[in-house]
Design a binder for this molecule. Structure first.
Ligand code: ATP
Ligand code: MG
Ligand code: ZN
Length: 711
């Protein structure tokens, strides 16, 4: 039977081999046994039940908590030619009846059901009359009250075992901890099941935690340098900040949409759909966003506020790079985050035991931020997994952090809090240490304390770094009653008495990283084909109203660029091309490859100098870089840019950073003034726009406009 499973994998899904424990899980289910599967986000849990449902007689019933998730999965399965459907509250009675009838006739391979629907007698009856292949309980942690997504309807799922004793069951989750796992087993009656636990590592995600200085500008630089055209998620703590950051990114010319629980259901649904269906949308969200989002090509997850626990951090960052291609988990973190979260925690109404647990989790999270060794190592250890000392794909591995003996500085910092009666916050303490002459210092007569003016050797930022590390490591504690005053804790003693030394992290400003996208490092001709394939995919997706990745994943398009298939047979060997998609889209994409290949040979017509600029821009260099590297005038390089835009080889946004609003303002002015060829003068436009935009910029926009008019 495993042969049959292999065939399904290759012919239907278009994948050459199983991943991790998939094959073992599938074998277990094919034998008729139950299984519990723990695999990380994006690890490939769906195939564990989809493949056996296709191999076995009868229909696989999948319990899934989110309606959006069901729709996504069914859409994707339909593209593969699999007969799949869902039953949930979005359907009208006629639709429900149609699906019920096809199930009874044995026409369905997979049926997705919401848990509240499953427990209804009508549904149970229906299932009793149908031939069933298996039950899959997806997102099984929803059955656990300790988990973070408890659903009372999940509790009823324990009954499936008694009602359908001969139908194998598989429960699947990405939630790691022991307690949740035990609860799933107990509540679903899976004591006899085989357990499959995959590692939690997501090697393609690069973890980076950087010192927060000006979070907004840092975020912008990160997106601008590394992900200018990519889809991503930015997490913030408050709704207000979500709105603010989304609006600001939009002003900078990005498609950024807010998402939080305070927005109407309509708006949330629209924004989520745009995120899934359009290319390069950035969602700015509170933690309310993301569960079950099955978008494979999210290239970055950015945190500009600290998550409350490592579990949350792992889950949220896990939404990046589900397709296995390089992705970034980037976070900016600073003293204020530590103080704010400590305050929130102490101020919460929760009971003592709960608070204790939360404090523990926050400490672990802060520990992850402050460590000077490998982030991934700590992350995996936290989930009980051993790992290499160095992963080579996190900030501390890539740019090792210096430490320094901070014993003396720490002693000064702590005594300063003590001498000023533990009643003041960081800013004032630093003023005292650095001997400032402020109103407050005079008011409290703090020139007289022994720590006044003893800390000139460090600047304000360095002192902030010392205090942050002392708070994060629990030497100092934030007093919420007195507005963030720092108080000493028991642990200080050894340090103050000189019995203990302390190593501190030497904070450095973040270095700019190179762009890490699938298209990164492509030669120019490849890049052109890549863009052409993406455009073709987008068009097909729009025609059908489905997300582009449902047609083909980026990985499949990358394969096309690498292998340049010329026949359907060659195309069928690529990752992610099954029979159904080969039939539907094979010829179309072969056509794109053929046409683009022919026309790129024609690009010999590009002058050498423009071609050189093009190579550099495709390499991820900015226009300014090219100006410097080639020692050319900025105007000249802009001219090259205009040529490339006009040829459709580069997007306008690659060359000039203008907001969408500005671009459309310039274009409409040009249209009004009758700009219709490369020879149309720009002076009237320059003047009509009050000399706001430089000529080189205008000439690039003109090129883009002409390209549009051409089409
Ligand atoms: N054997 C395989 N070969 C190639 N790609 C695979 C394989 N198995 C799964 N994938 C791909 O991996 C991606 C993630 O799979 P899936 O949606 O099943 O993740 P998941 O484990 O359910 O994650 P989540 O916890 O977020 O729901 C999918 O895009 C899928 O096509
Ligand atoms: Mg899943
Ligand atoms: Zn590392």
């Amino acid at each position: 039977m495993i042969k049959a499973a292999q065939q399904v994998l290759q012919h239907i899904f278009g994948y050459p081999s199983f991943r991790g424990p998939q094959q073992d899980v599938i074998e277990t289910l094919l034998k008729g046994d139950d299984a519990l599967v723990l695999m990380p986000t994006g690890g490939g849990k769906s195939l564990c039940y989809q493949v056996p449902a296709l191999v076995l007689d009868g229909c696989g019933v999948v319990v899934s908590p989110l309606i959006a998730l069901m729709q996504d999965q069914v859409t994707a399965l339909e593209q593969l030619g699999v007969k799949a459907a869902y039953l949930n509250s979005t359907l009208n009675p006629v639709q429900v009846q149609n699906i019920e009838e096809s199930l009874l006739r044995g026409e369905l391979d997979l049926l997705y059901v919401a848990p509240e629907r499953l427990k209804q007698p009508r549904t149970i009856n229906l299932l009793h009359q149908s031939k069933l292949a298996l039950f899959a309980i997806d997102e099984a942690h929803c059955v656990s009250q300790w988990g973070h997504d408890f659903r009372s309807d999940y509790l009823q799922l324990g009954m499936l075992h008694e009602m359908f004793p001969s139908v194998p069951r598989v429960a699947l989750t990405a939630t790691a901890d022991e307690r949740t796992r035990k609860e799933i087993i107990a509540r679903l009656g899976l004591e006899q099941s085989q357990q499959y636990i995959a590692g939690f590592d997501r090697p393609n995600i690069q973890y980076r935690i950087t010192l927060k200085q000006n979070a907004k500008q840092q975020l912008l630089r990160f997106i601008h340098n590394e992900h200018p055209n990519d889809a991503g998620i930015v997490y913030c703590l408050s709704r207000k900040k979500v709105e603010n950051i989304a609006a600001w990114l939009a002003e900078q010319g990005y498609t950024a949409l807010p998402y939080h629980a305070g927005l109407s259901a309509d708006i949330r649904a629209t924004h989520q759909t745009r995120f899934l269906q359009e290319d390069g949308v950035i969602i700015v969200a509170t933690v309310a966003f993301g569960m079950g989002i099955d978008k494979p090509d999210v290239r970055f997850v950015a945190h500009i506020d600290l998550p409350k626990s490592i579990e949350a951090y792992y889950q949220e960052t896990g939404r990046a790079g589900r397709d296995g291609e390089p992705a970034n988990a980037w976070m900016a973190y600073g003293l204020q985050d530590v103080i704010k979260l400590r305050q929130m925690l102490e101020g919460s109404e929760a009971n003592v035991e709960h608070k204790h647990a939360e404090r523990h989790k926050l400490d672990a999270m802060l520990g992850l931020c402050e460590i000077t060794s490998c982030r991934r190592h700590v992350l995996l250890n936290y989930f009980g997994e051993s790992a290499n000392e160095k992963c080579g794909n996190c900030d501390t591995c890539l740019n090792p952090v210096d430490t320094w003996d901070g014993t003396e500085a720490a002693q000064k910092a702590i005594s300063c809090a003590y001498r000023t009666e533990q009643r003041f916050g960081v800013n004032h303490l630093i003023d005292v240490l650095r001997g400032a002459n402020t109103e407050r210092i005079r008011q409290f007569n703090h020139q007289q304390v022994s720590t006044y003016d003893v800390g000139k050797e460090l600047d304000v930022n360095q002192w902030r770094s010392v205090y942050r590390q002392l708070v994060a490591r629990g030497y100092l504690q934030v007093d919420i009653e007195s507005f963030g005053a720092l108080k000493l804790t028991e642990v200080c003693r050894g340090l103050l008495r000189g019995e203990e030394r302390i190593q501190l992290r030497r904070d450095v400003a973040e270095k700019a990283e190179r762009k890490k996208s699938p298209a990164n490092g492509m030669k120019s001709a490849d890049n052109k084909l890549w863009e052409a394939l993406r455009a073709c995919r987008k068009e097909l997706a729009q025609e059908q109203g489905v997300p582009p990745y449902v047609i083909f994943h980026d990985t499949t398009l990358m394969d096309m660029v690498t292998y340049l298939p010329e026949t359907l047979e060659q195309m069928s060997r690529l990752n992610g091309v099954g029979e159904s998609k080969l039939g539907k889209y094979g010829e179309t994409f072969l056509g794109v490859i053929r046409d683009t290949q022919v026309s790129s040979r024609g690009h010999g017509s590009l002058s050498d100098t423009v071609a050189q600029t093009y190579e550099l821009l495709c390499d991820g260099k900015s226009l300014e870089d090219v100006v410097k590297l080639r020692d050319l005038a900025s105007t000249t390089v802009h001219q090259h840019g205009a040529v490339l835009i006009k040829l459709g080889m580069l997007a306008l946004a690659k060359i000039v950073s203008l907001s969408e609003k500005d671009v459309s303002l310039i274009k409409s002015t040009m249209l009004e003034l009758g700009v219709d060829s490369e020879r149309s003068p720009l002076k009237p436009v320059f003047e009509a726009l009050a000399e706001q935009f430089e000529y080189p910029v205008l000439s690039c926009v003109r090129a883009d406009l002409l390209l549009e008019l051409d089409r």
